[in-house]
Design a protein around this ligand. Structure first.
Ligand SMILES: [Zn+2]
Length: 304
């Protein structure tokens, strides 16, 4: 028996999938675009095609199962996805069973940020610890918590919505109904919005703002300092709650690390006595945009 698994990372714009062996070696990978208007049947057919393409490339091994990271909350018993903001057409769609019927194998769904955290735990920056938090700083802020080597799900599967931690009580309004959510103050999108508010320009990406900061622009640097402070507030709270050894950051904001990390670390140091008294690392994640597919691939190998 020489098993491998397939990990699928289903995003709002991209579908990535990889065949991975039980030691975490990638055997093959495929990627395609997720059609924004596609209905559930079409998306599942695309996932099926990706899986078949990978199976055709791997020989002499047995498929242990398929893990799928999805952009929303997973209702585990039913194998459905709810609250899929970036793929609303999949809301309530029986994703797990539809895939399993197509390819006749064991299929496990997991929230995409949880899958990314699991990937980092398995073969990435978290492989030497059993407890970590991952924050993905992209269009929004995703969160995954690994406790005792396992994904912390919460009783309804909705734990680790870390992008919606309040970092500023009367801060920017969020689609979730709250004001001052972390993702409204420290995501790539938040950086674009802040750049507009300080008069840098109307349509700048976080990367544009980064280049301005690198060129010495004070307003651009202020934007990243502000994002860093918000991250520091959130991390101080997480550290005080969990006392974990490791907090990982990934996503589109990472290139600007040098501009947001000093403010983030100052804020964490000031606000968390746990951080000041227990060795705690806040560092970059290692697997980049492949974390989700590695974590999804790990799901069929989990010992529980
Ligand atoms: Zn929110």
């Amino acid at each position: 028996m020489n098993p491998y698994s397939i990990g699928v990372d289903l995003g709002g714009t991209n579908l990535r999938a990889a065949a991975v062996d039980a030691s975490g070696n990638m055997l093959a990978k495929v990627a395609s675009a997720t059609l924004p208007q596609a209905n559930g049947d079409t998306v599942v057919a695309e996932i099926g095609r990706a899986i078949e393409a990978l199976r055709a490339q791997v020989s002499g091994k047995d498929l242990a199962g398929v893990g799928v990271g999805v952009p929303g909350t997973v209702e585990r018993e039913k194998g459905i996805l709810i609250g899929a903001v970036n793929l609303p057409q999949l809301d309530g769609y029986p994703v797990r069973d539809a895939i399993a019927r197509r390819i006749e194998t064991h299929v496990i769904l997991e929230n995409d940020a949880n899958a990314a955290a699991l990937g980092e735990k398995w073969i990435g920056a978290g492989r030497d610890v059993d407890d970590l938090v991952l924050l993905t700083l992209g269009t929004g802020v995703g969160g995954g918590i690994i406790s005792g080597g396992r994904v912390l799900q919460g009783y309804a599967g909705m734990a680790a919505e870390l992008g919606h931690i309040t970092v500023s009580p009367n801060g920017n309004p969020c689609g979730c109904g709250n004001n001052g959510c972390l993702e409204k103050h420290a995501s790539a999108m938040a950086v674009s919005v802040m750049a507009r508010l300080v008069g840098l320009g109307a349509d700048l990406s976080s990367e544009d703002v980064y280049h301005l900061a690198a060129g010495g622009d004070d307003k651009a640097r202020l934007v990243f300092r502000t994002a860093g402070e918000a991250l520091g507030v959130a991390l101080a709270n997480l550290i005080n709650i969990f006392n974990f050894p490791l907090y990982l950051l990934s996503g589109g904001l990472l290139p600007a690390w040098e501009f947001f990390a000093p403010a983030m670390m100052a804020e964490v140091t000031r606000r968390s006595f746990i951080f000041r008294n227990a060795p705690t690392r806040i560092v970059r994640a290692q697997l980049g945009n492949e974390a989700g597919q590695f974590g999804a691939a790990y799901l069929p190998f989990r010992p529980y």
